[in-house]
Design a protein around this ligand. Sequence first.
Ligand code: IPM
Ligand code: MG
Length: 399
Amino acid sequence: MIYSLGVFLVVIAVVAQAFQLTSSHTPRMSRISMMSGEAKSHYKITLLPGDGIGPEIIQATLPVLDKVSKKHGFSLSYTEADIGGAALDRHNDPFPDSALKICRESDSILLASIGGYKWDNNPRHLRPETGLLKMRKSLGLFANLRPAKVLPQLIDASTLKREVIEGVDIMVVRELTGGIYFGTPKAIETDPITGKRKGYSTAVYTDEEIERIARRAFEIARVRRKKVTSVDKANVLDVSQLWREVVIQVSKDYPDVELSHMYIDNCAMQVIRNPKQFDVIVCGNMFGDILSDEASMLVGSLGMLPSASIGVPGQPGVFEPCHGSAPDIAGQNKANPIAQILSAAMMLRYDLHQPKAADDIEKAVEKVLDSGYRTGDIMSAGLKLLGCREMGEEIAKAI
Ligand code: IPM
Ligand code: MG
């Protein structure tokens, strides 16, 4: 199994390297397209605006996509579908089959954010988050790429010292459809005699699940700085011991990539102490959830961090900001749409095979930041404050 899949993925890695672009500006993402496939003249995109600030950051992204698609000679059509609280309100299901069908029929999916106070006390199956997890699992999106690259324009927006964060460029490769998020058994049970309750979840990974995410991480590292740090808790957890064994096994097929291992507690500390030591971090679902939020603070704001969730080549991926739905500022035109806009750039790169369009969006974001425009979350003295919509318009203009 390890070998047959290995040969297949080595081929993909070679193709991916052929896609690598050389570009004079600082690249935000690794220049890799892991999907085989070709550019088209028209794409069907599913929009999942979700909850909170979701609809406004999607709206702010559309002029950017409009501008960049015209420039590069392709067109996009959009179909909206419901997820999260919006889907609960309309269908009493956080990710109805009708939405899944729309997703499956599209070339790619742009998701904003889900969740809000209104649904916080719902039972598990009627929570917005359950819809998100169902979507990831149903679409087989096992690899979640969360790049945290410090932009020189935003160094002062970080709470960390300049010398610690300057030049940081980390790619967190998070396993997304397994681990403790999905493992069974899980339940909250009440003892019928004592009335005492117990809750439990199970962290599970199979050989295959670890192997495929590890291969993705090594392939990505190959077109970056060729370093993979695998994060686990192998000193305590059996599931982590297997994780480490399989990652070591897979690493033998990538002798050009340097592999190191780190326990999650140490890694959480090292990400703040000396983030420049990291290139690619590969980890299980929950560790990746935590580390990617942490990494966003290097970049200055969670509002800057895009992500790509990808699975089987040829199937649509989901592109979404790492941040949540920020219900406290929803509907006030205060949100930072940049993570969403950069997620759209990742969509163009990974799913739509339009790397030049992706480059253009990333450059436009830097240009707008260079001009001193900021949303509230990344604002510093002397700069120009923009609303969510206006930030989208400025970025579109800069293309
Ligand atoms: C994320 C989010 C989700 C997760 C939540 C909303 C279920 O925190 O994408 O990082 O835990 O995966
Ligand atoms: Mg998270």
